[in-house]
Design a protein around this ligand. Structure first.
Ligand code: HEC
Ligand SMILES: [Cu+2]
Length: 369
C-alpha cells in the first residue's frame, strides 16, 4: 500500500530533522505512517481554518453579497466531505493495523534478551549469562526479542532510533522486538513517568557489527578488557587471568620457580634427571606439571589440561620465551593476599558493573516484591 510514498520516505528524503535516526528494520515503515498521518492532519487543519477565514471575510455583515437564495443542501458536497475522510480513515486504519501486527509479532528466530526495569535503571541479561547495566550490546541485522519485567513500578522501554517502545510492568512479562540495521550508539529511554529520577533512566543501545559483537562476546561482555595485539601480549593476559602470576613471580620463591630466564636454562628434577627448557618442556609443564617436578619445589601446580586451549598454551609459551632476556618486565613480585583475586576480577563484567551508576543499588536491594 502506498508503496511510492513509502519508498520516498524509506530512501530518507523525508527524514524529518526532528526525528531520531532510522536504525531499525521497521523505522522507515513507522515514519512513513507517522508522517503521512501528520501531513493529513496539517492539511485538513489548514483547509478548515482557511475556509473559516475566507468565509468570515466574504460574508461579514457589511459585505454586499447576494443572500436571497441560501443553499440548503448539496449531495455532492456532502458525499465529498464524508467520502474523502472515510476512505482516508480506512486507509490509515489498515495501514496502522498491519504495522502494529508486524511490530507486535515476536520473531521466531533471533536473539533473546532479558530486560529488567527498576527505579531508575535498566538491567539486561543475555542468554550466555553476560549482564549489563544501562547498556545493551546487540549485533546488527539480527532480530532482537526482549522479554521485560519491572522490579517496582511501571516503566516503559523506549528505543527511539529503533521506533520500538513497550510497557515494562511488575508481575508480568512483556515483550518487544526490533531488528537493528545500522551500527552505532543509540538512546535507551523510559517512556513512563516512573518517579522523581525518571528522566535519568537513560541507557545506551550499542549496535555492533557481526565481528565486533563476536569480540565483545568473547571478552565476556567486557569492553574494557584490552584486546591483545601480539601473541606475547595474549600470553601475558592469560598468565595473569589464569592466576599463574600468583605463584610464579619475578624471583624464585618458596611457592614456585620464576619464569624469568627459564627458557633455554638447565632444569633439574626431583628424580635427578635434567633437561634444557624448550617450548615443548614449557608446554608439558603447563599441561602435565606432575610429570617433571623441578628440584626445590613441590608438586602443587595443578594440571591445566582441561582449562587451556592449545592456542592459549602457545601464547603462554611465547610469553615465557619473552621473559628469558628482559628482567623486571614481569608483573606481580609479591604474593597477593587473595590468590583468587586476579581470577575473580576477570571472569565477569566487573568493569561494566563499576561503570554503571546504578549498579550498587541493583545488587544491594533484594527483589522488592
Ligand atoms: C599453585 C601455584 C602455581 C600455579 C598457579 C602455577 N604454577 Fe607453574 N609451577 C608451580 C610449581 C611449584 C612449579 C615447580 C614444580 C613443578 O615443576 O611442578 C611450577 C612449574 C612450572 C613450570 C616449569 C618451571 C621450571 O622451573 O622448570 C612452568 C613452565 C610453569 N610452572 C608454568 C605455569 C603456568 C603457565 C601457569 C598458569 C597457567 C602456572 N605455572 C601456574 C606452581 C604453580
Ligand atoms: Cu522508568
Amino acid at each position: 500500500m502506498n508503496s511510492g510514498l513509502f519508498n520516498l520516505i524509506a530512501s530518507g528524503i523525508f527524514q524529518f530533522p526532528l526525528m531520531p535516526e532510522q536504525a531499525s528494520e521497521g523505522a522507515a515503515r513507522y515514519d512513513a505512517l507517522f508522517l503521512t498521518i501528520s501531513a493529513l492532519t496539517v492539511l485538513f487543519t489548514v483547509i478548515v481554518y482557511v475556509l473559516v477565514a475566507v468565509l468570515a471575510v466574504r460574508y461579514r455583515r457589511s459585505a454586499k453579497i447576494d443572500r436571497s437564495n441560501p443553499m440548503t443542501h448539496s449531495t455532492i458536497l456532502e458525499a465529498i466531505w464524508l467520502g474523502v475522510p472515510l476512505v482516508l480513515g480506512l486507509i490509515m486504519f489498515v495501514w496502522s493495523a498491519t504495522n502494529f501486527i508486524k511490530v507486535r509479532t515476536m520473531p521466531k528466530e533471533g536473539k533473546e534478551i532479558f530486560a529488567m526495569g527498576k527505579q531508575w535503571m535498566w538491567h539486561f541479561e543475555h542468554l550466555d549469562g553476560i549482564r549489563e547495566n544501562n547498556e545493551l550490546h546487540v549485533p546488527v541485522g539480527v532480530p532482537i526479542k526482549m522479554t521485560m519485567i519491572s522490579q517496582d513500578v511501571i516503566h516503559s522501554m523506549y528505543l527511539p532510533a529503533m521506533r520500538a517502545q513497550y510497557h515494562v510492568v511488575p508481575g508480568r512479562y512483556t515483550q518487544l522486538q526490533f531488528t537493528p540495521t545500522k551500527t552505532g550508539e543509540y538512546l535507551i529511554l523510559c517512556a513512563m513517568h516512573c518517579g522523581t529520577q525518571h528522566s535519568e533512566m537513560v541507557g545506551k543501545l550499542i549496535v555492533l557489527s557481526e565481528t565486533d559483537y563476536q569480540k565483545w562476546q568473547d571478552n565476556g561482555g567486557n569492553r574494557f578488557r584490552p584486546s591483545p595485539k601480539t601473541m606475547e601480549e595474549a600470553g601475558r593476559l592469560t598468565f595473569n587471568e589464569q592466576g599463574c602470576a600468583n605463584c610464579h613471580t619475578n624471583v624464585d620463591n618458596p611457592r614456585a620457580p620464576t619464569m624469568l630466564g627459564l627458557m633455554d636454562s638447565k632444569r633439574t628434577f626431583t628424580d635427578g634427571s635434567s633437561t634444557i627448557a624448550d617450548a615443548d618442556y614449557v608446554r608439558e609443564s603447563i599441561l602435565n606439571p606432575e610429570r617433571k617436578i623441578t628440584a626445590g619445589w613441590e608438586n602443587i601446580m595443578q594440571s591445566y589440561h582441561d582449562q587451556l586451549t592449545e592456542e592459549e598454551v602457545m601464547h603462554l609459551v611465547k610469553y615465557i620465551q619473552s621473559l628469558s632476556g628482559v628482567k623486571g618486565d614481569y608483573e606481580k613480585s609479591e604474593f597477593p593476599s587473595d590468590p583468587q583475586a586476579t581470577r575473580k576480577l576477570n571472569t565477569t563484567d566487573s568493569a561494566n558493573r563499576e561503570q554503571s551508576a546504578g549498579a550498587a543499588q541493583f545488587q544491594q536491594t533484594p527483589n522488592s516484591k
